[in-house]
Design a binder for this molecule. Structure first.
Ligand code: ADP
Length: 260
């Protein structure tokens, strides 16, 4: 099934394919420098995975892109527009290009599944309720939950709730989907269903994905590029084949042998 996302930039120069760019981004929490002059970019339509030990700054990057936290230094650009530093109005505009799925699903417990998905498109994008519902039904088909439109989230399994959260993020037609360890809070038997849905989305849509995951098999399947983090810096990057089969850095080898 093909689900449209927003029109992608159609310029002809090499720059126009770059959707996200972080330049010299530093983030500190007190005396703790969590990201240290970080540079990387993600091209439109690509699926990039961030791997590395706990505490290496991966989630902080996603939170910076979601504007849940702000950098101390550096610039972040999304689709050619600056997200940081920028006036608040511009930050709110640029931020609409980005959707995120968290470990915890954070669905509204008192609203039906359909309403959970339609609320933001109606309230934030000003979409008509009919259009939002039509789109929500398409997305529920994509995540395999067409029969759960009217259910309350509390009646669903964790895996089903996470699939609703994925549909809810896509309903805002983001250009990039950030996935932060989306299966970490799930019972093991529910993990595969959620990962299958994400594989399907990676294959069948043109959305750009930036994932933090401990699921190395999944990372290998969906990624065009894998970035290995350690101590707030990218210490190695490359194709999944290179990173998972012949990493250059000892630190990457150590990390992979501990998690694989
Ligand atoms: P990862 O996702 O790689 O596990 P995080 O980005 O979550 O790493 O965290 C990187 C570091 O930043 C950790 O040392 C963590 O304790 C610290 N950190 C993250 N968020 C906060 C916060 N809100 N306040 C203080 N320290 C934080």
């Amino acid at each position: 099934m093909s689900v449209e996302t927003r029109p992608q930039p159609s310029g002809t120069d090499a720059q126009s394919t770059e959707l996200i760019r972080l330049e010299n981004v530093t983030k500190r929490f007190g005396a703790n420098t969590v990201l240290d002059r970080l540079n990387f970019s993600v091209d439109t339509g690509r699926h990039v995975t961030l791997i590395g030990p706990s505490g290496s700054g991966k989630t902080t990057i996603l939170r910076l892109l979601m504007t849940l936290t702000r950098p101390d230094e550096g610039t972040i650009t999304v689709d050619g527009e600056q997200l940081f530093p920028a006036p608040e109005k511009q930050i709110r505009q640029v931020r609409k290009k980005i959707g995120m799925v968290f470990q915890q699903f954070n669905l509204f417990p008192n609203m039906s599944v359909l309403r959970n998905i339609t609320e933001a498109p109606v309230q934030v994008l000003g979409m008509s309720r009919d259009e939002a519902e039509e789109r929500a039904r398409e997305l529920l088909e994509l995540v395999g939950l067409t029969d759960k439109c009217d259910a309350k989230p509390t009646r669903l399994s964790g895996g089903q709730q996470q699939r609703v959260a994925i549909a809810r993020a896509l309903a805002m037609r983001p250009q990039v989907l950030l996935l932060d360890e989306v299966t970490s809070a799930l019972d093991p038997e529910l993990v595969a269903g959620v990962l299958d849905v994400l594989r399907d989305i990676a294959r069948s849509t043109d959305i750009t994905m930036l994932c933090v995951t401990h699921e190395m098999g999944f990372a290998r399947d969906i990624s065009d590029r894998v970035l290995m983090f350690d101590g707030g810096r990218v210490i190695e990057s490359g194709s999944p084949e290179k990173i998972f089969t012949e990493p250059e850095q000892d630190r990457t080898r150590e990390f992979l042998s501990a998690v694989l």
